[in-house]
Design a protein around this ligand. Sequence first.
Ligand code: GLC
Length: 681
Amino acid sequence: MIYRYVYGDPINTDAVVQQINPEDNASMPYFKQTIKEDEVVFRYEMNEETIVYGLGEQMRGINKRGFSYVSYAADDPVHTENRHSLYGAHNFMIVSGEDSFGLFVDNPGKVTFDIGDTNINLIEVTTGKDSDIYIIKGDNLKDIVRQFRVLIGQSYAAPRWAFGYQQSRWGYKCEDDIREVVDGYHKNQIPLDAVYLDIDYMKDYKDFTVDSERFPDFEGFINEMKEEHVHLVPIIDAGVKIEKDYPVYEEGVEKGYFCKDEDGNDFVAAVWPGKVHFPDVLNSKSRAWFGEKYRCLIEQGIDGFWNDMNEPAIFYSEKRLNEAMEEIAQMKDTELDINSFFHVKDIIGDLSNSLSDYKAIYHDMDGKKVCHNDVHNLFGFNMTRAAGEAFDKIAPDNRILLFSRSSYIGMHRYGGIWTGDNSSWWSHLLLSIQQMPSLNMCGIIYTGSDIGGFGCDVTEDLLMRWIEFGMFTPLMRNHSAIGTREQEVYKFSRIEDFKNLIRIRYRLVPYLYSEFMKCVLDNDMYFKPLAFDFPEDEFSKTVEDQLMVGDSIMIAPVYTQNAKGRYVYLPEDMLMVKMKSPEEYTCEPVTKGHHYISVDLNELVIFVRKDHILPLACIDDNLESMDDVDFDNVEWLGYVENEASYAYYKDDGQTKEYTEKENWDIVRKTKDMFEGGYIVK
Ligand code: GLC
């Protein structure tokens, strides 16, 4: 059951799609409330056993207890443990303990979740005075998630090709750079489905333009890549460059489609292109206009996009830069001491993504002037919604790949996310493992992190271990920052091992895609903490580094350097499958409990649940991309003691004809069919 409580006069965020009638606020269960002038505070007493799940992209573990989290979309590339905000604002959490329920705080401004930080036994949620609050009671954790997901609407379904391996790097500058990457993969017989175009493909970082010196025949190049079965995925940034005769800028100004300052002038910020205006994507006309701009790239053959810098990131605003420069100029001939020197440093450092700029931007929400700070978390959502809504018109029958950096709940209906600028750190491999189930709870299913890490220099072993996990994330993209060590897998010494591992992804893809689509259609989770599938099992509740992937398997990735294996907890007897290539595997039943499992650097280990099966693609040496995967003639990997059945979801992977249950094949296998082995036709 879902209960809604309305405080003040909340802004309609379009996060939810179901109309729930409000209850009397005084009747809200679980929480004590304090209503202040500007905010409402909800307090809940936990006992020692209480676990808190959710909050989407946030930092820290699967169990969120013991820290404070602030929903205020942040362009912050330093994802260290002390951070309270990342790019997304996902205000849904689940309390699991004596009471079990979900809480969704629908407020697009700043919301704080103190989950046992100030007091280890207390949850304190602070939100604005105008908030919509939902409490969800359910039979179990999965049921709570399912109800929440019905409330917020069906998640975005990516095209099937986007489940292939994808290569990206900030620094591919021209056609030849990209040809070299594709050649690097093909020469080494490593499958590849997409290469990303980062900001350098644009002319002077202007959205919806292509630099004609670097890409003299863009359409021809897109087609050339298509012949290689490689999709090109360009980036689109939130800021529109201020430049005379640049049509997007001219039109936006003329029609009044940009965000304003307090006086009603177009707000001037600066990002990659220098000075920019932000499209007011919270206004429906402006949103439709911005979305329509993607058409020019789609008509040339582009079928995927990533939306970036949409917190929105601001390097500086014109107004504050001027003020800062003046202040520094005044200090020019003074001697800087301990205080004034650091003050000068801060004057520049504090220019970026500053609260005072966010407070100085205004939206026209279809007739209502709203200060950006109050709706900050809606910008990335609505930029991506602009694209998603436009795609329905531009390419009504086709699924276009779309994902965003910033997001709010509701955006999951239009696209996925990637987890932003992580680093080539082992701790970030673990962070990525822990973010996935929390994101799924919030409806974000097409997701993944920058494999290998975006910032810093990756090492070969980290990249390999990351691929062993990334092979399960729907978005499997290797991406890195300009200036860091080159991260394409063929640039390392153990190319053969990388090749084998990436090929295993394609072997698993019938299962991964089937599970992904079922989760979309059934409002289920693709990645689950163990306790979601084994609620009665006490130890499962404490496991922070293993995940259930779909219905049939569990994974326990290695995420520490020089490890030769790791301890794994099995909540039931399972079949351990170790693979070094799609052809080379061993299978061994392992009993419920704790085990040390050795895992070579080039080895993938999965655990198959008892009486479960999963489809595997039969792939051969000619495999180059998803186009070579035959989803009809599959093999079945299974651990069948009695019998198992599997709902195998198949579709064309490209059109939007995916709502019908006809696409589900129920496959049954009994013990005798396996004749002592574990893989059968
Ligand atoms: C941002 C993005 C990153 C991208 C870079 C350049 O930092 O998060 O993925 O490569 O901008 O566009």
